[in-house]
Design a protein around this ligand. Structure first.
Ligand SMILES: CC(=O)SCCNC(=O)CCNC(=O)[C@H](O)C(C)(C)COP(=O)(O)OP(=O)(O)OC[C@H]1O[C@@H](n2cnc3c(N)ncnc32)[C@H](O)[C@@H]1OP(=O)(O)O
Ligand SMILES: CC(C)C(=O)C(=O)O
Length: 526
């Protein structure tokens, strides 16, 4: 039956709403927190990808989270996806979420409470009847601030069926327009999805007038399978994240759900608004921002997802790609050929290449990225799309940096104490530092501390290779800690030491932004 929804109007029967929670549940992955600029960049990418609803954060969680949701809501003040803020049942939570999403053209408050016996008894220390009252009061209050209200039964899949139906009924009566039944701990099997959603549709009055939603976690590796089962059982909204990031083992991965729906349209005939060709670049942007690459064998976006290594497969693919490819690489944003650009390429080709990869960047960023591309092409035999993506993302995340790395020289060898000399530009002023250390990276970081004196703890230093080969670009992640505040920085370069310095400087810039949020300094703290 066609559903009329305050944000979407009358929804065709086969239309699936894609709800993205990369910026909220995704950000709950340890080490994945993003700052305001990164969240805004990601929000723009998600809108371009075509998500219907963007859960931008949990506004009561911190001033930073509130500010991020508010900024994203302002960004989509004229049009764009529905901007959603999460809240518990407390009025203060709901009012904070309402304030944060208010500027958005289309806004949603998502309020939740646990309904399983275990969570109610141990975590909330409430009786079921008290929880039921909270369902009604929270949804009613949220409805005073927007017509688009989602209610979630946390730990819904471990909830006693009769009680679940009573809660859903109360939420609908109070005005919820979307009802989400999450598999919070990733415990369910596909047949549980069928049972639970069929039951709610059959037993709860009004369930045919609202959107049912699934939100599955991946503790048993079943999140996507469960989501597809939920759709077959009548769910019209699916909650997911880019690269499947999220609490513990993560959430259902958006790209896997969308491509399963597209590839198996014969079995699950539905539609959605995702521009699948933008999937890869959105995935890569998230990896650059968070510093966590997806594993090579990750479906759709992993480096090996369309790579054929063995002879029999290669023979088949050369004869006809469909022998071993169930979707085309181009349909999710991979280029047909991975070797594309070299040192003889010009700016026009570079801009064209970026466009074909889905990048729209300003002239200044393009010029900076082009300079780095030329430099890279001089040093590297083959420049792959992945190299260009790493380089451009690196440039984009550096947009507002106060500290810039302008020069670095390192002397090292078996019989020499490694020494680094570095030049930074801090708020436009040059600063130099020279230091030695236990190895080239240590010397570089010491020189950096001399050029820009500061005291922080280095919590993580990790190097990954963007592509294969000894001339591959290194992508370095550096995690710094200051007064309990953690920041991650990323840097990419063919030279691991330069990539390390870039990553450290990136992290320092993020730290300066964090400091500004918690204290009122105009001066850099040494
Ligand atoms: C399944 C999910 O993903 S839910 C979202 C999870 N995400 C997060 O928790 C990230 C953001 N969280 C935070 O920043 C903090 O936990 C805050 C700001 C929300 C709360 O911080 P604190 O006030 O210090 O509480 P704390 O985190 O220690 O405990 C959570 C409290 O919320 C209560 N609570 C949990 N869920 C709900 C709910 N839906 N409605 C009302 N209260 C709830 C708990 O019972 C507990 O209350 P208690 O302190 O009276 O025992
Ligand atoms: C808040 C809800 C939707 C959640 O994240 C979960 O239950 O996993």
């Amino acid at each position: 039956m066609a559903i009329t929804h305050p944000s979407f109007g009358t929804l065709p029967d086969d239309r699936i709403i894609i709800f993205d929670t990369t910026l909220r549940d995704g950000e709950q992955s340890p080490g994945f927190s993003m700052n305001l600029e990164e969240k805004l960049r990601m929000a723009e990418a998600l809108a371009e990808l075509g998500v219907d609803v963007m859960e931008a954060g949990f506004p009561i969680a911190s001033p930073g989270d509130f500010e991020s949701v508010l900024s994203i809501a302002k960004h989509f003040a004229k049009d764009g996806p529905v901007v959603c803020g999460l809240s518990r049942t407390a009025p203060a939570d709901i009012l904070r979420a309402a304030e944060a999403v208010k500027p958005a053209a289309r806004k949603r408050i998502h309020t939740f409470v646990s309904t399983s016996p275990l969570h109610m008894r141990v975590k909330l220390r409430l009786e079921p009847e008290q929880v039921l009252e909270l369902v009604t009061s929270s949804v009613s209050l949220a409805r005073q601030h927007t017509d688009d209200v989602e209610w979630s039964a946390e730990d819904g899949t471990r909830t006693e069926p009769d009680f679940l139906c009573r809660c859903v009924e109360a939420a609908i009566k109070a005005g919820a327009t979307t009802i989400n039944i999450p598999d919070t701990v990733g415990y369910a099997l596909p047949e549980d999805m069928t049972r639970i959603f069929s039951m709610v549709r059959e037993r709860v009055p009004g369930a045919d007038r609202i959107i049912l939603s699934a939100h599955n976690h991946n503790d048993l590796g079943l999140a996507v399978a469960n989501t597809l089962a939920a759709i077959r059982a009548g769910v019209r909204q699916v909650e997911s994240t880019i690269n499947g990031i999220g609490e513990r083992a993560g959430n259902a991965s958006l790209e896997e759900i969308v491509m399963a729906l597209r590839t198996r349209h014969d079995a699950i005939p539905t539609r959605n608004a995702i521009v699948t060709e933008r999937i890869l670049r959105t995935s890569k942007l998230l990896a650059t921002i968070t510093g966590f690459d997806v594993q090579p064998n990750k479906a759709i976006v992993g480096r090996n997802a369309f790579a054929h290594e063995s002879g029999i497969h290669q023979d088949g693919v050369l004869k006809d790609k469909s022998t071993y490819e169930i979707m085309t690489p181009e349909s999710v944003g991979w280029s047909d050929t991975s070797l594309v650009m070299g040192k003889h390429s010009g700016r026009a080709a570079f801009r064209d290449k970026l466009r074909s990869m889905g990048y729209e960047i300003g002239d200044n960023q393009l010029n900076d990225a082009f300079r780095r591309f030329k430099d890279l092409a001089d040093r590297k035999k083959v420049v792959y799309d992945e190299d260009i993506a790493a380089l451009v993302d690196d440039e984009v995340v550096r947009g507002h940096d106060r500290i810039r790395l302008t020069a670095l020289t390192v002397a090292t060898g078996m019989a020499t104490k490694p020494t680094a000399s570095i030049t930074l530009e801090v708020d436009g002023q040059p600063r130099d530092g020279v230091a030695s250390g236990d190895g080239a990276v240590d010397a570089t970081f010491n020189a950096l501390r001399q050029a820009f004196p500061h005291e922080v703890n280095l919590k993580l230093y990790a190097v990954q290779s963007v592509t294969g080969g000894t001339d591959a670009q290194a992508r370095v992640t550096v995690r710094l800690e200051e007064d309990g505040k953690l920041v991650d920085g990323q840097g990419a370069d063919t030279d691991t030491i330069v990539a390390s310095a870039r990553a450290y400087v990136h992290a320092l810039n993020k730290l300066l932004v964090k400091r500004q949020r918690t204290e009122p300094p105009a001066v850099l703290r040494a």
